[in-house]
Structures are given as structure tokens and as C-alpha cells.
Design a protein around this ligand. Structure first.
Ligand code: COA
Length: 162
């Protein structure tokens, strides 16, 4: 049986920290489906189509990784793909409570799925998409946090917004 994991998130935008989880995750799972949540509540900077396109471009050389958007319950997305695992990155202790709640809720909704956590690499443990956007919006450099293409997309996006 293929080991299929769904890696969900808002990815607004994808960072080196997320890519690190995908690269390490694909050594553990046969397939990873990166599931991009619409997350309207987060008022994303990039549209869901832009986010899917960016992640697809960043992962095009990674066999076994695919990308799609999703809305509705995460567990329905797992069901659709015959996946068994929700893959999440754990950064700092502060992530633990939220992730614990989410994993517990998902288990309550569908106990056949497991949430698997990977420790985010140390150099990305403080990274978040929100800070990356804020730094870029205020004219700071974010090229050490995101791939060059995402860096350019961020700069363009903030130019459009001015
Ligand atoms: N490296 C760097 N940053 C990371 C990271 C990593 N490895 N892992 C997470 N982050 C950051 C993200 O950039 C994001 O930063 P931001 O909040 O500043 O934008 C933050 O950590 C966490 O966001 P994200 O990973 O995108 O998760 P989320 O909390 O926005 O997404 C969903 C949560 C989409 C998975 C969840 O809401 C969901 O499943 N929704 C579907 C509805 C559902 O089923 N609900 C029931 C759930 S119990």
C-alpha cells in the first residue's frame, strides 16, 4: 500500500521552511499532496491559484509531490486522495498547543487518519509567512527565507499594492 500524506497549509507564500518539510517528507512517504487552503480568514496576499502555481513551480523537480487547492474539511481531502497521513511541520514549542488541538480534532472527526509531525530545521524554526510578508512590505530583505522566485513575486505584489 502506498504511503500518501497530505501537507496542508495556507502557504501565503511558501517559504524555505515549508520546502524543507516537503523535501524531507518525500523521503518518508511515497506521495505528498500539498493542499493549499483558501483560508479567507487570513486574507491572503496571494490568490489560491497564485499560491498553487508557486508551489508547483518550486516542487516540479520533486517526484511524488503534487499540489492542489482545497476548501472544506481537511479530512475530506484525505479521503478523496486515499491518503492516511496529515503531515505538519512543528517549529517552536508555541506551535505545539495549536497543533495538538488540530490533530486531536481531526482524530475525533476521523480516527483512521494519523497526523505526523516533522521538526522544522533549526534555521527555519522562527520563520513564518506573516513575518516574511511584513518584512518585505516594509522594504526589508527576505531572500534568505524564500526561494528567489518567491522573493521576486513578493516584491512585485507589494509594488502593485502601492
Ligand atoms: N516553516 C516555516 N513556516 C511554517 C512552517 C515551516 N515548516 N510550518 C508552518 N509555518 C508557518 C506558516 O507560514 C504560517 O505562518 P503565518 O500564520 O504567519 O501565515 C503558520 O506557520 C501556520 O500556518 P499554516 O501552516 O499555513 O497553517 P494554517 O494554520 O494556516 O492552516 C489548515 C491550517 C489550513 C491546515 C487548517 O486550518 C485546516 O485544516 N483547515 C481546513 C478546515 C478543517 O478541516 N478544519 C478543521 C481542523 S481541526
Amino acid at each position: 500500500m502506498k504511503k500518501i500524506a497530505v501537507y496542508p497549509g495556507t502557504f501565503d507564500p511558501i517559504t524555505n521552511g515549508h520546502l524543507d518539510i516537503i523535501k524531507r517528507g518525500i523521503k518518508v512517504f511515497d506521495e505528498i499532496i500539498v493542499a493549499v487552503a483558501l483560508s479567507p480568514g487570513k486574507e491572503p496576499l496571494f490568490s489560491v491559484d497564485e499560491r498553487v502555481k508557486m508551489i508547483s513551480d518550486m516542487t516540479s523537480d520533486m517526484p511524488g509531490v503534487s499540489v492542489e487547492s482545497f476548501q472544506g474539511l481537511l479530512i475530506d481531502s484525505l479521503e478523496k486522495h486515499h491518503a492516511h497521513v496529515i503531515l505538519r511541520g512543528l517549529r517552536a514549542i508555541s506551535d505545539f498547543e495549536y497543533e495538538f488541538q488540530m490533530a486531536s480534532m481531526n482524530r475525533k472527526l476521523a480516527s483512521k487518519f494519523e497526523t505526523v509531525f516533522m521538526m522544522t530545521a533549526e534555521q527555519y524554526s522562527y520563520l513564518s509567512s506573516r513575518f516574511v510578508k511584513e518584512i518585505c512590505r516594509l522594504g526589508g530583505k527576505v531572500d534568505c527565507f524564500v526561494p528567489p522566485e518567491i522573493n521576486s513575486a513578493l516584491i512585485e505584489k507589494f509594488k502593485e499594492k502601492r
